[in-house]
Design a protein around this ligand. Structure first.
Ligand SMILES: [Zn+2]
Length: 137
């Protein structure tokens, strides 16, 4: 009995180690991957309830694309690029949640500038390149 349990836990240990070795230097998962996974699942479940026709094919295709992107991102060795994608996604979420500010991008250097909402027309100075531009908030 003990021998059998030992064999099983050894196998589990080997699988765990193998996975760890495989994932070393790879990106893994993040909030953006979770979102893509959920979108993929929605397409997948949605396609089950639809009558047969081309929209089902499109939705199934999109579900496949989503899972492919998730696998690609978590297996990726370009961790810096994946990290930046996730950061961009998180800042977009923050912007959508933020109801007290408006976000503009500088016409000269594309730096994003946050200004309080409801102040009418104001002159904004870019914090990066000092370019001045007027926007309605
Ligand atoms: Zn600027």
């Amino acid at each position: 009995m003990n021998g059998r349990v030992g064999w099983f836990s050894r196998l589990m240990y080997n699988i765990k180690m193998g996975l760890q070795r495989f994932m070393r230097g790879r990106y893994g998962t993040d909030k953006l991957n979770t979102l893509i996974l959920i979108i993929g699942l929605v397409f997948c479940i949605g396609s089950m309830f639809m009558p047969v026709g081309w929209p089902v094919l499109v939705m199934t295709g999109l579900a496949y694309v989503c899972s492919f992107v998730v696998i690609f991102r978590s297996m990726s060795r370009n961790t810096y690029k994946r990290y930046r994608e996730n950061r961009r996604y998180l800042s977009l979420v923050n912007r959508l949640k933020d109801r007290e500010h408006r976000y503009f991008s500088c016409p000269k250097c594309r730096q994003s500038v946050r200004v309080p909402k409801g102040k009418g027309k104001i002159s904004i100075t870019c914090p990066k390149c000092r370019e001045k531009f007027v926007k309605k908030t």
